[in-house]
Design a protein around this ligand. Structure first.
Ligand code: GLU
Length: 376
């Protein structure tokens, strides 16, 4: 049984494991934690666990809290060095806060600080996944954040929305709940008269993307609706539901569920675990542009052969993740490539029978094998 309506998020039979992401604007006000609000949320977490649900928290707020303590301008986001320093200071306060408030309900809090690479690399991903599993089994509530103090611009998630979806995959959760300062996804800028909220989304299509209106409204976090839709795409492909709720009220989860107010992105398909991880990878090392025949072949579940490749971009190595695009620039798939970029360039457009002669060694059966390929 998979999640089909908001109320399923409070049903342990349908949703036994839930990731709750809390944004900076909800947690921090003028540099100080919003304790009373957070106590209400912790109460809801305790209720969920009494119902038999495991909970993982993805908590922002380190940069905002740390910036206030260090007296840094622009909420600590003026530049990378400030953000890294602010996060180092704020993360201690954040961890203490969660530990204290969860502890008051008899719940043990655990802290996991992850970087993008921890989840992009298969071995490290499995390691993080095992740690989350062990903590949950032992009855703790893992509180996860990006390790902003060591993450640099090129190698960071930058927003906790996508981090939450990747954590949900790693934790084998059925749903992600993004608590935000908006009610959900609106069909246009929510400030426009006549904007209506979508209660359900089946597939994040280009039309759905067109509804998002840029960056973080509060200016405190870095998410915004664009990042939330990217998070929804990662989740839906992995068979995970994702909901956006307005977190600004007290006890926001039960309120949104009782009133049926929020946007639910339904899971679209359930790839096997490894393919779901591959499909959710965010940093590609290069790209392969393919012709119409190859587009058709991929669509019917075949591997990508060199004959159908028209261009090779990037400096990837064998085993690296690459994206696969059609001639119009549409990204169709991503997968792990069987050759280094220079070999791909040599083989491009050539039939398999010619490969041994071109390479001087026994060729592989495909440039991207279908077992290592995920259609997007
Ligand atoms: N990891 C950042 C923090 O703790 C927040 C990222 C975000 O705004 O989503 O401050």
């Amino acid at each position: 049984m998979s999640i089909a309506r908001l109320s399923d998020l409070a049903d342990a039979a349908t949703c036994s494991r839930l990731v709750i992401k809390v944004g900076s604007a909800l947690l921090v006000e003028q540099g100080e934690p919003r304790r009373t609000w957070l106590e209400g949320l912790v109460d809801e977490i305790a209720t969920a666990r009494e119902r038999g649900q495991d909970v993982v928290v993805v908590s922002s707020g380190a940069i905002a809290l740390g910036a206030a303590r260090l007296g840094l301008p622009k909420g600590g986001r003026a530049n990378l060095a400030d953000a890294q320093a602010a996060a180092a200071v704020g993360q201690i306060a954040l961890a203490e806060l969660w530990s204290e408030l969860l502890g008051a309900k008899g719940i043990v809090a655990a802290q996991l600080l992850l970087t993008l690479e921890d989840l992009e690399d298969r071995r490290r991903y499995l390691n993080a996944s095992a740690t989350l599993g062990r903590l949950l089994k032992a009855g703790a509530v893992p509180v996860v954040n990006e390790n902003d103090s060591v993450a640099t611009q090129e190698i960071r998630f930058g927003d906790n929305d996508r981090l939450a979806s990747r954590v949900a995959q790693a934790a084998h959760a059925q749903a992600v709940l993004l608590l935000s300062d908006v009610d959900g996804l609106y069909d246009r800028d929510p400030r426009d008269a006549g904007a209506t909220m979508l209660s359900e989304v089946r597939g994040v299509t280009p039309e759905i993307h067109a509804m998002a209106t840029g960056g973080s409204g509060s200016g405190l976090g870095s998410g915004g609706m664009t990042a939330k839709l990217q998070a929804a795409e990662i989740a839906e492909r992995a068979g995970i539901a994702l909901a956006i709720f307005n977190g600004t009220h007290t006890r926001p989860i039960s309120r949104a569920i009782d009133q049926g107010r929020g946007t639910l992105f339904l899971p679209r398909r359930k790839d096997a675990a490894r393919k779901a991880w591959l499909g959710g990878r965010m940093r590609m090392k290069g790209a392969l542009v393919i012709d119409a025949g190859a587009v058709e072949a991929l669509g019917s579940g075949k591997s990508l052969l060199a004959a159908g490749i028209i261009a090779v971009e990037g400096t990837f190595r064998r085993g690296d993740p690459v994206s696969i695009r059609d001639g119009d620039g549409r990204v169709l798939a991503q997968g792990l490539v069987e050759y280094d970029a220079p070999e791909c360039a040599k083989l491009l457009g050539h039939n398999s029978a010619e490969h041994a002669g071109i390479l001087g060694y026994a060729p592989r059966s495909a440039v991207v094998h279908r077992d290592q390929l995920v259609l997007l």
